[in-house]
Write a protein that binds this ligand. Structure first.
Ligand code: 1CP
Length: 346
């Protein structure tokens, strides 16, 4: 394979770049007035995800403003349950709502056979983006990790303590394992199709990884991430995989060592020197500015950016946040961040 010239892909392949490439989780979204306008035009949030023309447009909006090194497909992790037949609704101001899966019987209602037909508009968005993005910008495809997607499927939406998901995991282990197997298979197929339509790297979001105790983390966070990374590496060699096991704590080390991912997304709590020593020696690291610093702005923002660049900029690194941009973020603070990262000289 010829070495890619796109800075983001070079960093994922293990090169140290000064300044490092950068993008931000949730870089498209409600903090941008032009996103809110397109979103109104689309109707519901899912209508926007399934409208290739408008989904391409909202993906490009933050690139025009800030010149990020990567574009991330505009979609959501919950299109997978939706495509398996567990219909998802986004209630205004409340987040996602799904009819919960709580038993073997509920599970029987799910069906993988219509997956690609349902997700065809998402694949069309990836193909459209692949043509529309600037030549030096890389295209990231993504999915939720099976555990995080399963929490929404079992809880029927967002949750504070994941009590239904954990109860199913511990009291009906066979049902839970079947759901996880279905998600690993559907997610693997989905990511391969994104790659075939032009995605150049994949990020797997395990937002709720930190909710699991060690034994279950190893089985249901590390296990599926390893299966997905192995499948992508075997079937589409050369496409890098970024894992984001948010809240993993010191289990970040086992996650990196045992999954075979190419890069790891650090949440805001990961100590920088520890990450440089224990993780960056094994793979590229990405992160981890606190998204609320982007709301606060000013010197606190500058200092936060500088600390991260200093600690992680000497090895393979992609600058990012430790979690997604929040809606109250002033767009001018994102411009301030972009300028500061792009002009960093080590
Ligand atoms: O009203 C709106 O416009 C909806 C807000 C919104 C947006 C902009 C949702 C609903 N999803 C998204 C887009 C989205 N979601 C992207 C697009 C690309 C980008 O980053 O620019 C991505 C990658 C996601 C992934 C996602 N969705 C995650 C994992 C990452 C993370 O932020 O932790 C999760 C957990 C979701 C579920 C979800 N979707 C939307 C909401 C409000 C939620 C969270 C619900 C909860 O808090 O439990």
């Amino acid at each position: 394979m010829t070495a890619s010239r796109k800075p983001f892909l070079r960093a994922l392949a293990g090169e140290t770049l000064t300044p490092p490439p950068f993008w931000l989780m949730r870089q498209a979204g409600r903090y941008l007035p032009e996103y809110r306008a397109t979103r109104t035009q689309a109707g519901s949030f899912l209508d926007l995800c399934y409208n290739p023309e408008l989904a391409v447009e909202v993906t490009l909006q933050p690139l025009r403003r800030y010149g990020f090194d990567a574009a991330i497909l505009f979609s959501d992790i919950l299109v997978i349950p939706d495509a398996l037949g567990q219909r998802v609704a986004f209630k205004e101001g409340e987040g996602p709502v799904l009819p919960p899966i709580r038993s073997a019987r509920d599970l029987e209602g799910l069906d993988i056979s219509g997956l690609h037909q349902h997700l065809a508009p998402v694949y069309a968005t990836v193909a459209g983006l692949s043509k529309a993005i600037p030549a030096s910008t890389a295209l990231i495809g993504f999915s939720g990790a099976p555990w995080t997607v399963a929490t929404y499927m079992i809880e029927g939406g967002g949750s504070k303590d994941f009590s239904h998901a954990k109860r199913l995991m511990w009291s009906e282990p066979e049902t839970f394992a079947r759901l996880m197997e279905l998600l690993v298979e559907a997610t693997g197929q989905y990511l391969i199709r994104q790659i075939d339509n032009g995605a150049e790297a994949i990020q797997i979001f395990d937002t709720w990884a930190g909710a699991l105790p060690e034994t279950e983390f190893r089985r249901w966070v590390i296990g599926p991430a390893r299966a997905l990374a192995e499948r992508i590496h075997a079937e589409r060699p050369g496409v890098p995989v970024i894992g984001f096991p948010r809240g993993a704590g010191i289990l970040y080390e086992a996650y990196v060592a045992e999954t075979g991912i190419d890069a790891v997304g650090l949440d805001t709590a990961v100590p920088l020197d520890w990450a440089a020593d224990k993780l960056q020696t094994r793979c590229t690291v990405q992160g981890n500015l606190d998204p609320i610093l982007l709301v606060a702005g000013g010197e606190a923002l500058d200092a936060g950016i500088d600390r991260i660049l200093k600690a992680l900029g000497k090895g393979p690194f992609v600058f990012n946040l430790g979690h997604g941009i929040v809606p109250p973020t002033p767009p001018e603070n994102v411009a301030r961040l972009a300028e500061r990262v792009k002009t960093w000289r080590g």
